[in-house]
Ligand binder design. Structure first.
Ligand code: PGA
Length: 252
């Protein structure tokens, strides 16, 4: 991997105080692995506690609202997660796009707000199984990305794209290495068209059933700069082998 790899965990709607030990475990072990940037995106309710439990470690949110503030009962803004101690947020996860009807325009607004506030931002894109079967995955994901990307990115280093095929999330299915490589290449093209030289520092992560057992193969794919990990990020003993595989990829 040409860039310092980035491995981020997404706890989704899992985790209470009882699980904070997992954050501490990951943060302590990653201190000895400077080759890899590591983060855990915990539920909003745990951000402050996770930050206190692991000073210096990158704690993220899983979503932010697309407006800066207002009458949006139950929602959490960029400023709020930042105030809680998050240095990162995911935007546009397919579970929000699919189940909550979030649009490309909203994802783009979220990314703009988050990056303007100095949060690292992981912007997710990915195709459904139906789209993959029609052979249109590259075009559909490129269109989704074009519509979801901010026009201008003040600090491209803060932006990562996560390619997460919907059919690979939580299913144990993973695209072929050739398909992942082709998609990451296409995403890189879109980024270069949009940001020119600024695109060079943007990482492209792969997400969808990444585990300790397949991480090495995934990180060896040209154009993969890290991973967004769901299920295997809940337990440090499942997550750390993925981080170690990323570190081994740097040394290889
Ligand atoms: P998974 O989830 O690793 O459990 O497939 C990935 C994600 O949704 O980010």
């Amino acid at each position: 991997m040409a860039k310092r790899p980035f491995v981020a965990g997404n706890w989704k709607m899992h985790g209470t105080r009882a699980e904070l030990g997992q954050v501490t475990h990951v943060s302590i072990e990653t201190e000895t692995i400077p080759e890899v940037l590591v983060a855990l995106c915990v539920p909003a309710t745990l951000i402050t506690r996770a930050v206190s439990a692991s000073p210096g470690f990158l704690i993220g949110a899983q979503d932010v609202h697309h407006e800066a503030k207002g009458a949006f009962t139950g929602s959490v803004s960029v400023k709020m997660v930042k105030d809680a101690g998050a240095k990162l947020t995911i935007v546009g996860h397919s579970e929000r796009r699919e189940m909550l009807g979030e649009t490309d325009a909203q994802v783009r607004a979220k990314a703009e707000l988050a990056i303007d506030e100095g949060l690292k931002t992981i912007l997710c894109v990915g195709e459904s199984d139906k789209v993959r079967e029609t052979g249109q995955a590259l075009n559909v994901v490129a269109q989704q990305l074009e519509a979801s990307l901010p026009d201008r990115v003040t600090a491209p280093i803060h932006l990562s794209i996560a390619y997460e095929p919907i059919w690979a999330i939580g299913t144990g299915k993973v695209p072929s290495t050739g398909d992942i490589g082709a998609m990451h290449g296409r995403i890189r093209q879109v980024l270069e068209q949009r940001y020119g030289d600024g695109a060079a520092s943007i990482r492209i992560l792969y997400g969808g059933s990444v585990k300790g057992s397949n991480a090495k193969e995934i990180f060896a794919i040209d154009g993969v700069d890290g991973a967004l990990v769901g299920g295997a990020s809940l337990e440090a003993d499942d997550f750390m082998p993925i981080v170690h595989a990323a570190a081994a990829g740097v040394k290889a």
